[in-house]
Ligand binder design. Structure first.
Ligand code: ADP
Length: 235
């Protein structure tokens, strides 16, 4: 058995309460402290909605049910105490800058050892590891496209949500995949993220507790305010 395998089992056998003492950072955010999109919208003056892209259609009958299944959280994804966080990784899976670097630092070195055993990941695909010292139990590593390639970015969200379903996870958080170093423009990327999440929730509403869009800047927050009003209408 490799050394990371023991570590992984150890961490996964702990409850959130037991693991809290081992988190690298003393800051962690529990699900109960993350407002739903509906609660967020009630407390903020929102920007104007961003109109839906013609190719994306939504089923209006589910609008009410969905506003409490999604959240916008502004801050560091490595603090979220959820079943799984998604990492915007590169194809080597051996760590990089941005959110990837932050996740590896917070999880500790065993995460990289497990990643090494996965032998990389193709763009649009996703692979799962343990979360080690992160508040999240697991990490899904997905490799976003460099530049605007809608099908590949859709695949990242779809494959990550597929793993969520397969493992029976109830809570997941996504960073804005590809919109940092990989240069995907934020608004088209947010259309894809919201559409794919909505599509997944329309199919698996009962088994998902919360999908969190984790945003890292005020600009991201404004864009998601505009996009979520369109894909997750409040009225
Ligand atoms: P990519 O190479 O896929 O573009 P980046 O890590 O450069 O990945 O950026 C993806 C997004 O993650 C950007 O919006 C960036 O601001 C954001 N980000 C960076 N660090 C964190 C963090 N600790 N928590 C959440 N989001 C983060």
């Amino acid at each position: 058995m490799a050394s990371w395998e023991l570590d992984k089992e150890n961490f996964l056998s702990m409850s959130f309460g037991e693991k809290r003492k081992l988190y690298k950072s003393s800051k962690y955010v529990e699900l109960k402290d993350i407002p739903t999109w509906k609660q967020y919208a009630d407390k903020h003056k929102l920007v104007e909605p961003i109109p839906i892209n013609a190719q994306y259609k939504i089923n209006p009958s589910l609008n009410q049910a969905l506003v409490s299944k999604v959240s916008m959280f502004v801050g560091d994804i490595t603090t979220l105490e959820v079943d799984v966080i998604t990492n915007a990784a590169n194809s080597s899976l051996l760590g990089g800058g941005g959110v990837d670097g932050a996740i590896h630092r917070a999880a500790g070195p065993a995460l990289k050892l497990e990643c090494q055993s996965l032998h990389g990941c193709e763009t649009g695909n996703a692979k799962i590891t343990g979360g080690y010292k992160l508040p999240a139990k697991y990490v899904i590593h997905t490799v976003g496209p460099q530049g605007e390639k809608p099908n590949l970015l859709s695949n990242c969200y779809r494959n990550s949500l597929g793993i969520m379903k397969e493992f029976g996870f109830k809570t997941i958080a996504f960073p804005c995949i590809s919109t940092g170093i990989y240069g995907y423009p934020l608004i088209p990327a947010a259309h894809i993220a919201a559409f794919e999440v909505r599509n997944h929730l329309e199919k698996f509403l009962d088994v998902v507790e919360r999908v969190i869009f984790c945003l890292f800047s005020e600009e991201d927050e404004k864009v998601y305010q505009g996009i979520l009003q369109t894909y997750f209408p409040l009225h």
